[in-house]
Design a protein around this ligand. Structure first.
Ligand SMILES: [Zn+2]
Length: 393
């Protein structure tokens, strides 16, 4: 499926130096090749770390000590070097290595950052005169890193997301370009509504909202943020992940997910689920009253259809004790867990078992002629599982 590894191109890819076709091949390769992806993630992490480093000068005394130690080392080269100075030279050499290493990171990171801070995205007005900063644009404009694009009740705009996609900005919306680099493109949606169509590999395009981050997995979706910071994500094709700290919701095509300030992403659901099921889910996700939540869970377990195992599977990790066991039993009535997946393991939230069961549940999620590009979904889970494994190491 893939002919050659691309590790030698990682640096060029990160610096945006690969021709478009090679860049696309690189991206496709790292989705399917764990080895190259691991190296890519490490270098990307290093690059991002380097961007955060301030410039520092080494103190004068350090140089004096190094010179003195080098002098001492030279003088004592013919005689037995005493243990103290040996340790000291070794310690200083170690410090030098660290300082030198940080310096290289810093210079590289600085070059990297400068290259892309000048970058901007093309904006096209679709209606009226949207504003970039304080300037109104008619026709085309440029959205630079850090700049806000704002539409009023009579204006809309389209943004070209580098070469990886397109974002339409609805009326009364405020977005900021946070970052654009080959390893990450990021928008902030403060309020309003956007529709994104992204054809890049998973996890290159992100949208920050006041209560969650939407991570693209090769898809199209709409994302809306209300004035109180609450949001709703609706996925049209592919998958989107909605995340906040350790809370993550995987939202497939035709599903949606709410998000609330102070809580983060709720549980994903199919919008064709029974209205009573959806109302109960809102209570389970965002309610404060324990008795009301318990009653709402009862309603959900009574009303759930096979397809709603999307919601129930996510709930496994979000409810505890006997509630989790009841959710398990309900899912098992629709799709029994495959070989190697045990009730005990799932109730302990064994991630491998949860993922394996999810794989067999997925078939029921994509009904009604929903076309989900399976390679995209599979690629996502390979990437995600790789990330989870690394986090556990
Ligand atoms: Zn490879």
């Amino acid at each position: 499926m893939f002919s050659r590894h691309v590790t030698k191109d990682i640096s060029a890819y990160c610096q945006g130096e690969l021709p478009a076709e090679s860049s696309r091949q690189f991206a496709e390769h790292i989705i399917s090749c764990a080895k190259c992806r691991r190296e890519f993630e490490e270098i990307k992490l290093g690059t991002r770390f380097a961007e955060q480093l301030p410039q520092v000068s080494a103190p004068e005394t350090l140089w004096n000590e190094i010179e003195a130690s080098l002098g001492a080392a030279r003088q004592s080269s013919a005689v037995v070097v005493n243990r103290w100075s040996q340790t000291r030279v070794a310690a200083i050499a170690a410090v030098l290595l660290v300082v030198g290493g940080l310096g290289v990171w810093w210079f590289w990171g600085r070059g990297f950052k400068n290259n892309f801070q000048r970058a901007s995205w093309q904006v096209q007005s679709l209606d009226g005169a949207p504003r970039i900063g304080t300037k109104r644009i008619a026709g085309k404009g440029e959205l630079g890193v850090g700049e806000w694009l704002e539409t009023d009740g009579n204006s809309r705009a389209e943004i070209a997301v580098s070469s990886i996609g397109r974002v339409n900005i609805d009326e009364n919306t405020r977005v900021r370009l946070v970052e654009t680099a080959p390893t990450e493109h990021r928008l902030e949606l403060a309020r309003g509504k956007l529709s994104a169509t992204i054809w890049a590999p998973p996890r290159l395009f992100f949208v920050d909202t006041p209560s969650a981050v939407a991570a693209d997995l090769g898809c199209s979706y709409t994302l809306e943020v209300k004035d109180d910071g609450a949001g709703v994500l609706r996925v049209t094709t592919g998958w989107v992940s909605l995340e906040l700290k350790d809370r993550e919701s995987m939202v497939p095509a035709t599903a949606a997910c709410e998000t609330r300030p102070g809580v983060g992403p709720g549980t994903p659901y199919f919008e064709d689920a029974p209205a009573t099921f959806l109302k109960a889910l809102e209570t389970v996700d965002f309610g404060n009253d324990a008795a009301a939540k318990a009653e709402a869970l009862n309603v959900m377990l009574t009303q759930a259809r096979t397809r709603d195992t999307l919601t129930l599977w996510h709930l496994l990790a979000r409810v505890a004790g006997n509630d989790r066991a009841r959710v398990y039993d309900k899912i098992a009535t629709f799709v029994p867990p495959p070989d190697g997946v045990t009730r005990e393991g799932v109730l302990k939230l064994d991630q491998t078992m949860l993922d394996r069961w999810k794989d067999s549940l997925e078939a029921s999620w994509f009904v009604n002629n929903t076309i989900v590009p399976k390679p995209v979904a599979e690629a996502y889970w390979r990437v995600k599982n790789g990330v989870v494994r690394r986090m556990k190491q």
